[in-house]
Design a protein around this ligand. Structure first.
Ligand code: APR
Ligand code: ZN
Ligand code: ZN
Length: 362
């Protein structure tokens, strides 16, 4: 039987979000209903609310979540009721060209639940954020969006791997291929940049330079594993990174802001034949201008990292295991835990710059 639960709805462009009752259908073939235990507040949720992603209001927000599978539909074999899972927005199809050539982390045809959740009050269909919609007591997803991990991890920590923290760690270890002894610079030390720092440490980087314009962020970056910090409001970031790398530049520079000026810094702060990874998300009007001769002459690789080029089934359980072994402090990303009705307040706190992640705990 369909169930009624509470969820956080963005009703229209720039309108405050509110908790409403929603209808969650029973899982159909290939679907699962998950009882949400925790869900982090991400910038993408705010972008949905602001109408920056699309106009398909009302949205059911929330997508960095962990919980327990309550029920599954016909044909679901990978997860079962009672499994502790992290939700992902890359449920690989196994059939598309990317999947068939063995690169499922680029899957072009990831899927979501086919049935729609609706608003109890009006019957309107909801658009779940990133196909998840997890600021809710329960949500309906495709079974492939559920990745089973060790259940001994705290849900508020596990959920963060579902989006921003995975994007940052993956930018370093998957896209940037950071390895033992490398020098890495990370520009922008919010949740994503800090995760790139933690990922670089995990991968054995010898020197990790954190760059930000906010000293509070730099202090936190040090806790995450940065060996050096640069305040780029006071010091030229490119010169500082070169100085800290014997005059060469870093092997890998990770741009975690998403702006042309910080991308340019990343481009010039890497060593010859080094790698730039763009994981910060730009806005449509932004343009980048670079001398093409420098693009050619400096060689190396200019890469973008979508969702940290992660493969949830490979990366989530592995990172949770490393966390449980004390080798990756995922707990450090949780600044505060809040209730379902405090998401609007958490959006306001994002601007104050003292929060890495607010996490709704249910
Ligand atoms: N130079 C250096 N750092 C900057 C600059 C700049 N010009 N402008 C902003 N920053 C820093 C901020 O001080 C902050 O510490 O970048 C950081 C951005 O962090 P958050 O706002 O917390 O964002 P985060 O969640 O880390 O996401 C970063 O990745 O996934 C994308 O959409 C996301 O584009 C965003 C980026
Ligand atoms: Zn595919
Ligand atoms: Zn997100």
């Amino acid at each position: 039987m369909a169930q009624e639960v509470r969820g956080v709805i963005a009703p229209g462009k720039d309108e405050p979000v509110r908790v409403e009752t929603i209808v969650v259908p029973d899982p159909g073939p290939g679907e699962a209903v998950v009882r949400i235990q925790a869900c982090g507040v991400c910038h993408t949720d705010l972008h949905y609310k602001q109408g920056g992603i699309n106009d398909e209001f009302p949205f059911l927000l929330g997508h960095e979540a962990a919980g327990v599978v309550e029920s599954v539909g016909a044909g679901v074999t990978d997860v079962a009721p009672g499994d502790f899972v992290i939700l992902n927005w890359r449920a690989v199809c196994g059939q598309c060209r990317a999947c068939l050539r063995g690169r499922p982390w680029y899957c072009f045809d990831t899927h979501n639940a086919e049935q729609r959740m609706t608003l109890t009050s009006t019957g309107q269909e909801l658009s779940p954020a990133l196909g998840i919609g997890a600021f809710a007591e329960k949500t309906l997803v495709a079974a492939g969006q559920c990745t089973k991990v060790d259940a001994s991890v705290a849900p508020q920590v596990a959920g963060l791997l579902g989006c921003g923290v995975m994007a940052g760690i993956g930018a370093a270890i998957n896209t940037g291929n950071v390895g033992r002894g490398d020098s890495v610079a990370v520009i922008g030390c919010g949740g994503v940049g800090d995760a790139a720092i933690a990922g670089s440490r995990l991968a054995g980087a010898a020197r990790i330079i954190a760059v930000d314009i906010d000293d509070r962020k730099l202090a936190k970056a040090r806790e995450m594993g940065a060996t050096h910090t640069v305040n780029s409001r006071e010091t030229d970031a490119v010169e500082a990174i070169r100085e800290l790398t014997g005059g060469f530049g870093a092997d890998v520079v990770i741009e975690a802001v998403g702006r042309p000026e910080t991308y340019r810094q990343a481009f010039y702060a890497r060593d010859l034949a080094g790698t730039v990874v763009l994981v910060g998300v730009p806005t449509p009007e932004m343009k980048l201008e670079l001398p093409l001769l420098d693009v050619f002459g400096r060689g190396g690789a200019l890469k973008s990292s979508w969702y940290g080029d992660c493969l949830p089934s490979r990366d989530f359980p592995m990172l949770i295991d490393l966390h449980l072994q004390g080798r990756l402090d995922l707990g450090a990303f949780v600044t505060e835990t809040i209730q379902l009705d405090e998401v609007e307040k958490a959006f306001e706190r994002m601007h104050e710059g003292d929060v890495l992640r607010s996490v709704v705990v249910l």
